[in-house]
Design a protein around this ligand. Structure first.
Ligand code: NI
Length: 180
């Protein structure tokens, strides 16, 4: 399956609200998801949303295997999630450095809900319900935002905690994180 171009911030398609998927288990949907995984892996990302490839449908993929380049990263199950929704569990939030394949070379400090329960469907239309916390919950919330045209820089509270990876790393500011 081909690796597709990832749109970058500034492209108006990243600001659109994506449409729900109506038909599951179609050749077009399987092709899209295959391309999304290939594109995510080629870019060494932990997640990707369909609008990042210019496809304005409510589809996301994410997942992190144990990766020697990111020894401290929490693993996240390889997941296809279509028409997702979520509820917040508890009232805790936590801050973390995020990167995005559509904002290459940069990192920003963002607050997310610590615990959530998300729901959705896989590519065959089977229901998925899962509790998530930590990086798993962060990745979901980041990808969910893409489906509503929101990019992580929109959620940065302190603009001084946003910058290029090299500069932030040189000041000892950031841990290694994968783009999503
Ligand atoms: Ni992203």
């Amino acid at each position: 399956m081909p690796v597709r171009e990832i749109l970058r911030i500034g492209d108006p398609r990243l600001r659109e609200v994506s449409q729900e998927v109506r038909k599951f288990d179609t050749p077009e949907l399987h092709c899209l998801i295959g391309d999304m995984f290939d594109t995510m892996e080629a870019a060494d990302g932990a997640g990707l949303a369909a609008p990042q490839m210019g496809v304005l449908q409510r589809v996301m993929v994410f997942g992190v295997d144990v990766n020697p380049r990111y020894p401290d990263a929490e693993s996240v199950p390889m997941t296809v999630l279509i028409n997702p929704e979520f509820t917040i569990v508890g009232d805790e939030s936590e801050g973390g450095w995020e990167g995005c394949l559509s904002v290459p070379g940069m990192r920003g400090y963002v607050q997310r809900h610590s615990q959530i329960q998300y729901r959705g469907y896989d590519q065959f239309g089977a229901s998925i319900v899962r509790d998530a916390a930590g990086f798993h919950a962060t990745v979901f919330q980041h990808e969910f935002d893409h489906l509503d045209g929101i990019l992580y820089p929109d959620r940065i509270v302190d603009a001084s905690k946003f910058g290029f990876i090299e500069e932030l790393a040189a000041s000892g500011e950031i841990p290694l994180v994968q783009d999503v």
